[in-house]
Design a protein around this ligand. Sequence first.
Ligand code: CU
Ligand code: CU
Length: 362
Amino acid sequence: MESSDSERSAERPGISRRRLLGGAAGTLAAIPILHETLPHQGLHGQLASAAEKEGHKRANGARSGTAHRGSAHSGPVGRVDPRANGFDPQLILRDFDRGKLVREGRRTVREFEIVAEDKEIEVAPGVKFAAWTYNGRVPGPTLRATEGEHLRINFVNGSKHPHTMHFHGIHPARMDGVPQVAPGNIEPGGSFTYEFDAEPFGLHHYHCHTSPLASHIAKGLYGTFIVDPQRDRPQADEMVMVMSGFDTNFDRANEVYVVNGVAFAYHDEPIRVKRGELVRIYLVNILEFDLINSFHLHANFFDYYPTGTKLQPRDFTDTVILGQGERGILEVRFPFAGRFMFHAHVSEFADLGWMGFFEVED
Ligand code: CU
Ligand code: CU
């Protein structure tokens, strides 16, 4: 049933899987009760198009009966407890793992430790998700090195499933982390050391590449990989935003959209920045099942460096569109103090969790 739905959507571009699923009466029972628990009341007032879309869904009856019954439009229902999850989007934002430097003869090696682990996490208030994680968090740690350094990533698979680590960047085939090339999948209990040089400089990422690939990514096995240029970028308040989603009912469509693992994390607790200070955002899109994602900043414009591989910005804009695997660096100075929204300009994603605020302070 599910596979035939996705096949059909693949054959008919322009018709979303969600629309197809929503239109099939037989699948209603499988729609989760997510909307009952998401604190997105009030957002509709701010996002006219999203509101319109919700109204449309209710009007055509597609998901109204189950998805919107007793919906959260009536009030907030708490927050995700970072202690229960073992990670906190507020900390993930500015948390860079630089590993440790090991001296070996005449060369220095930068070493990282990564453990794959099965773990239930809460991705929106009351919405639990059986995730697969790197180091117990989604997204995995933001690994950071400098161009030209020799890197060693000690990977241990503590999960019940085979996994790999596939890095974007330039490296030998054996270090590419795909099942088809030795060492291939790393079986449960197994380990492997990925070793390569940090190149090129820019904003990259890593993810599991075991088949079925979509599932291994969607379950949470991804993270950011930053290679700094040898000549540092200008001093800035730096942060990482990993855009992804969660398919909570296994229909190969997302029910929750997030930045850094938890829906509405920066809506409920805005990101504090200083007026006039340079803010640098490392933005990664690893969203599975949806063709595009986007980032839109209100009332401000940013310089945009696609993939971060050049030191000159390509665009000066307020919105960027990213396919899966695309990423880029945003640089912005906020001229005004106050609260400024940022969100996916795909309204539905914003409505389902991909929405936040900057609190710009003097
Ligand atoms: Cu995997
Ligand atoms: Cu990739």
